[in-house]
Design a protein around this ligand. Structure first.
Ligand SMILES: NC(=O)c1ccc[n+]([C@@H]2O[C@H](COP(=O)([O-])OP(=O)(O)OC[C@H]3O[C@@H](n4cnc5c(N)ncnc54)[C@H](O)[C@@H]3O)[C@@H](O)[C@H]2O)c1
Length: 326
């Protein structure tokens, strides 16, 4: 019997790639999404319920009218910069929305949840690579909302037996190797799609800061292929079914690249020049964020397969050329 999974935010970037992986793994998927940032055409043939997580009744209705074995929760606002000027939007949509989902699950006895957390919970880390026992000290409301939901989930497990896997993604990047789906945000704030847009539009991108304490002065991040992230969700569902305990785990490639290294690699992979200018640092941006993904490997059996920088940029470029999202 195929298992039934509700995917909130399943029409979004990581969500749509995960819906594809789940379908390929034999899951029966229903998506709940308000389409504020999602694309229904990225989930062809998948039942889609349009609604907002902040709408408690709408969320409860989904559970009244469907049966689910598990939930994967992607839906939320995710622009760290915006969250500083609009914290109300972030706490309402991410925290109240997330709690509405958890309440409905508890009321209907659905007790397995995979939650999209973020490296943003770590703030400015003391040690690189970052392990899951590093202090949780978010530096913006976005990271705070992720940390709050993680903490709530620990108490929901304690009181109600709701088991969860919180996946702390680092920088999701790349596109499905078939180029049928990929990253399409408006506005786009992620580096790799911005670099590719700069190539096709010839409008320079701004590199935020070249005076960080890094070898070339630009900030270093850990880029992980979206298809590898999607696979981790399938493994997380297996884990919850077999182990019946909660878990917090990082998902990154374990390698960091500076902004200038990304630009150089994009030029090499595409054969085109990337126009850019240097601007000031962005407030609250740490110099280096690189994950230790050892726990994901040991506990979930997860190994990234497509997360070399070359594969990430090549798949993102193929998607970009096919869809010209600029
Ligand atoms: N992309 C990354 O690098 C990254 C890194 C760390 C964590 N995350 C987290 O992973 C999740 C997915 O990220 P993404 O890049 O795919 O984002 P996305 O914006 O592409 O997808 C989010 C989806 O959720 C929907 N949505 C948002 N708020 C909603 C609400 N209140 N009710 C119903 N639907 C709602 C949107 O329409 C969209 O389809 C987010 O929770 C994000 O915070 C992403």
């Amino acid at each position: 019997m195929s298992k039934k999974v509700l995917v909130t935010g399943g029409a979004g970037y990581i969500g749509a790639h995960t819906v594809k992986a789940l379908t390929e793994a034999g899951y029966h998927v229903t998506v709940f999404d308000d389409l504020s940032r999602g694309h229904p055409e990225h989930i062809p043939g998948i039942p889609l319920i349009i609604g907002r997580l902040e709408d408690e009744k709408a969320v409860m209705d989904v559970f009244e009218s469907h049966e689910f074995d598990a939930v994967i929760h992607f839906a939320g606002e995710s622009q760290a910069g915006e969250s500083v000027s609009k914290p109300d939007k972030y706490f309402r949509r991410n925290v109240i929305g997330g709690l509405n989902l958890c309440s409905a699950m508890v009321r209907k006895g659905v007790n397995r949840l995979v939650f999209s957390s973020s490296a943003a919970v770590y703030g400015d880390p003391e040690q690189i690579p970052i392990t899951e026992d590093a202090p949780v000290r978010p530096k913006n409301p976005y990271g705070e909302t992720k940390a709050m939901l993680e903490k709530a989930l620990a108490w929901y497990d304690h009181a109600y037996g709701l088991k969860s896997v919180s996946l702390r993604y680092f920088n999701a990047a790349g596109a499905d190797p078939g180029a049928a789906i990929g990253e399409d945000h408006e506005p786009e704030t992620h580096l790799i799609p911005l670099v590719l847009q700069a190539i096709t539009t010839q409008k320079p991108i701004t590199v935020f800061g070249d005076d960080y304490p890094t070898p070339d002065g630009t900030a270093i991040r850990d880029y992980v292929h979206v298809t590898d992230l999607a696979d981790a969700h399938v493994l997380a569902l297996d884990f919850l079914e077999n182990q019946r305990r909660s878990l917090v785990v990082n998902l990154g490639s374990g390698r960091g690249y500076s902004v200038l290294e990304i630009i150089r690699e994009a030029e090499r992979v595409t054969g085109k020049q990337v126009p850019y200018v240097i601007g000031p640092r962005r407030e609250g941006d740490p110099a280096v964020l690189v994950a230790s993904s050892e726990k994901a490997s040991q506990v979930l059996g997860w190994e990234p397969k497509l997360s070399s920088l070359e594969d990430i940029i090549a798949t993102a470029w193929a998607w970009h050329l096919k869809n010209r999202v600029d």
